[in-house]
Design a protein around this ligand. Structure first.
Ligand SMILES: [Zn+2]
Length: 219
């Protein structure tokens, strides 16, 4: 029996503090990319993200991170050095990866899975953004919430996770209405065929979505 689907959420510093946080786990194109970052923080975020997705896949598969054959494929341009993560030797295992300014989320599951994480910040609730991303019912929920920025981020992260699942696109976010879901949900909840795992920390908001329940795994 494989282990359950897992998601992991951690800061770049936490990932890089692991004793096995070794950039030699990365493959050729990733190490080449590491060498081209101009800012150390960007380099560290990339390294931590590409390590965390391996830890997550290894935990799900019950194997060693060094045994993870990680690859990427861009659905937009076909590139093999960025875009959607996958395992080159296990087409039946699905991965998802998200990182933003020092916070990383990853997931591994036997079905398609989407994760997104964003920093809690003051930048996301201007009226233009609301109109492009939210339905009128969702925008009303956000405006009526005690913390509109956090409420907007909840919906944004949820929709980003659904983009990664192929359930919507960036251009049609404003037509996908999720106003029936709570803005402040329990960590695990369900909507139709989708199971959500949603967490808000003091600094970030996180969603994982899949057609099976996904468990949060501590680093
Ligand atoms: Zn591309």
């Amino acid at each position: 029996m494989p282990n359950p689907p897992f998601a992991m959420l951690a800061s770049t510093a936490e990932v890089l503090a692991r004793p096995d946080a070794d950039e030699r786990l990365l493959t050729g194109y990733e190490r080449e990319r590491l060498g081209r970052f101009r800012r150390d923080t960007d380099r560290d975020d990339y390294l931590a993200a590409h390590l965390l997705v391996r830890y997550c896949a290894a935990a799900h598969l019950g194997t060693d991170p060094a045994a993870i054959a990680f690859g990427q494929r861009c659905p937009g341009c076909g590139s093999g050095v960025h875009g959607r993560p996958y395992l080159t030797d296990r087409p039946g295992t699905h991965l998802s990866l998200s990182h933003t300014n020092g916070v990383i989320a990853a997931a591994a599951a036997p079905v398609p899975v989407g994760v997104d994480v964003e920093h809690l910040g003051p930048r996301h609730d201007d009226p233009t953004a609301l109109r492009h991303v939210l339905t009128p019912a969702e925008a009303a929920l956000v405006r009526g919430h005690a913390d509109p920025t956090a409420a907007f981020l909840r919906l944004w992260v949820r929709k980003e996770a659904l983009i990664k699942l192929g359930r919507t696109t960036l251009d049609s976010l404003a037509e996908l209405d999720l106003s029936h879901l709570p803005i402040d949900p329990p960590a695990a909840h369900r909507d139709g065929d989708l199971h959500y795992l949603e967490i808000a920390t003091a600094t970030a908001v996180f969603t994982a979505a899949a057609t099976v329940p996904v468990q949060l795994l501590e680093l």
